[in-house]
Ligand binder design. Sequence first.
Ligand code: DC
Length: 247
Amino acid sequence: MREKTYLCPRKKIRKDMRKIVIAIDGHSSSGKSTMAKDLAKEIGYTYIDTGAMYRAVTLYALRQGFFHDGKIDEEALRAAIGQIHISFRYDPASGRAATYLNGENVETEIRSMEVANHVSPIAALGFVRHALVAQQQEMGREKGIVMDGRDIGTVVFPHAELKLFVTASPEVRAQRRVDELRAKGQEVSYEEVLENVKRRDLIDSTRAESPLRQADDALVLDNSRMTIAEQKQWLLDRFHEAIGQED
Ligand code: DC
């Protein structure tokens, strides 16, 4: 087979190079998904967005009417969890991987405010996490993945070769989310989004099941004042260090 090379600003990354697991955790709207996606593309790895998986379960629960006055009917969801199948497939229309729920492309729907407002209680359920973590570990068995989420470096892949923890101030993150939603034509107020960001931070970091926390051996990136290009270079440098290609 012909050897394939991927060009990056400083180095050539050969496809036969040692593959590693890159775990990226951090706060919501910290930009970690964009960073993780770009990095995966650059180095020829598979990108897995675990937040999309929790969002897809939430969408399923909303559609089935499992929420009553904002509260999830745990027993109904527990009984249905075996029927929820989530996968990622390449979408030629967008040129990216899209999230599929039981064979349906739900990429746009899982990004709505309605799903965002209901996802935290779903992600706090032990049986949901258990089912999704098992799928995530299976997806990373062959390595060569960039996986982003909240518990990747602590629970899903505690032995990942490279762990990153990404954050930015709540205000910066809320503004980024507003810009993103408005670009998609969804009219939202900054205050509403800031409130959602803060509430999710609190629930995500104080829940009993796999709370969001930084792994002891994670490298921290606060990107409040960094450009996309700077973040990209920072990530590539960390990747080269991790695979043993330091200058
Ligand atoms: O990254 P995101 O905003 O798309 O994540 C959606 C929700 O899922 C968020 O409230 C945190 C939760 N989540 C989680 O608990 N564990 C993960 N590995 C990924 C996301």
